[in-house]
Design a protein. Structure first.
Length: 180
């Protein structure tokens, strides 16, 4: 988690330098269109849905449903008393299915990449918004600040979704205590 904070902190000055750098080369400070603002939010939604589906496939509970006094619920396909797996119904997620190892690795890499991209996005847009606060074009600077902060919030949402997807891919030995 500290690497993500460092990444966001390094990205903020880079985002703040965009406007002055473009002006120094003779160009106009770029505007932040709504299509750019929507991109991190859309990616956060996709990665968040992948995290939810992964938790359902592995049969665990998301961390927001776990409590220290309640043990994790058993997998539905292993909860029969005689030890035989339950038959799964078509379209029923998480019952009678397992996440293949290569799929788990793919989702883990997606989660790590999404968290890193979210940190870069959040840091850079916050830096760009801070740099736009001192501009002379009042109307455009207000728009830049608003759009940048909404995009930064989307980057933060992408970071959180990526971390949740990473955690959904974790496995735990039966004798190991739950650390969450």
């Amino acid at each position: 988690m500290s690497a993500l904070v460092v990444t966001a902190a390094v990205s903020a000055p880079a985002g703040a330098a965009i406007g002055p750098l473009v002006q120094w080369t003779g160009g106009a400070v770029p505007r932040v269109p709504w299509s750019t603002v929507a991109s991190p939010w859309f990616l956060a939604l996709v990665v968040g849905l992948a995290a939810w589906q992964t938790w359902r496939l592995v049969g665990g509970e998301p961390p927001w449903r776990r409590t220290p006094d309640r043990p994790p619920r058993p997998r539905e396909d292993e909860s029969r008393e005689d030890g035989r797996p339950r038959a799964s119904r078509p379209g029923q997620v998480g019952v009678g299915r397992r996440l293949a190892p290569h799929q788990a690795v793919n989702r883990l890499v997606l989660g790590k990449a999404a968290a890193l991209a979210g940190a870069v996005c959040a840091g850079a847009y916050v830096g760009f918004a801070v740099a736009a606060l001192g501009g002379v074009e009042r109307q455009l600077d207000g728009e830049r600040v608003l759009h940048s902060l909404v995009a930064a919030a989307g980057g933060l949402a992408l970071l959180v979704a990526g971390v949740l997807l990473e955690r959904a891919c974790r496995t735990q030995d039966p004798g190991e205590p739950d650390l969450a």
